[in-house]
Write a protein that binds this ligand. Sequence first.
Ligand code: ATP
Ligand code: MG
Length: 392
Amino acid sequence: MNAAPLLPGATLGVMGGGQLGRMFVHAAQSLGYATAVLDPDTTSPAGLVAHHHVQAAYEDAAGLARLADVADAVTTEFENVPAGALRTLAARRPVAPAADAVAICQDRRAEKAHFERAGVPCAPYAVIDSPAALGAVDASLLPGILKTATLGYDGKGQARVADRNELAAAWERLGGVVCVLEKRLALQVELSLIVARGADGCMVSFPPQQNLHRDGILAVTQVPAPEVAPAWAADADRCARAIAESMAYVGVLCVEFFIVDDGAGGARLVANEMAPRPHNSGHYTIDACDQSQFDLQVRCLAGLPLVEPRLHSPAVMLNLLGDLWFSSAGGPPRTPPWAEVLSLPGAHLHLYGKTEARPGRKMGHLTFTAATPQAAREAALVACDLLGLTRF
Ligand code: ATP
Ligand code: MG
């Protein structure tokens, strides 16, 4: 990274044109930067709002060259950007996070090895990369969750398995690709913690947020995390910082954690996975913090100073999936009742400009801020009723 910061007026680029890229573009533009997005889709959420849209495949050499022509520095909005593409860009422009860090986050084996290196516990696991490895699985890992080592998201590429027979069948169904088998843990709470680390090593972080998943997809995020005691919050913060520090990470990093039963009447904290970018569970920071996770991504990329972000309002975020655009599963399309939702106190509606709603597709999110956690929760519960979402 350059020692001198890139000041407003420069152009910041992002690999990927999804909603995370769009919110990065918004944050960069509000600071006065021009923006460039590389994404193959003509109507990508970020491409629609950026100054420059390089419409190309992620590994297209000409497309990468055009991005490097217009952008003074480049970040990424999803972890499956080919590391080679980031290395190509890095030969011409500062890139953060670096290809090596992104590569660790792309592969659950490398990710878990990195957690161990950083001294952060994760779920007991085994790598399944051959029939022999399958046969040698320790009985203590069952029942477990089989996860493809690469390319999984929103619960895709995963299977819950109770015994060896189910494990063998699931591995075959997943195509016999390299997987990790994790012991299925008794989760008490799911939380995540977002840190930002500058090229100078300075680190700042948000308080942990508590997450509720439904069908493998994030549904609700609450801050302050109602069931995370201060000691756990401090522990998660220490772990996330150790993970970032030990790979000399530059950028915004989100680490997902579980608080699990330790089998002896107590509890322990384990890391689940990490994302080398802003995270869905941090979208509330746009409305509830004095600096959002996207503001910090801009600062990291531009080499601007990082200052500790402050949560100024308790918040509840609801994810808005494409299912809401249909009156029933397989039923006719509808427009969700936005006017009613926006009549609720502290409602902040964010829609990503996606042209087509599909079940399970992330279309937007809705954050409620309030003076107290109870008030934010009450408004969010009314919104759930209006939208037909299950209460939390
Ligand atoms: P993401 O959309 O966050 O990238 P993903 O598809 O990569 O999700 P994970 O985060 O690994 O998947 O798992 C999805 C969910 O499954 C977790 O949030 C948690 O609810 C549950 N889960 C995952 N691993 C375990 C485990 N070892 N024990 C119990 N539950 C688990
Ligand atoms: Mg996850």
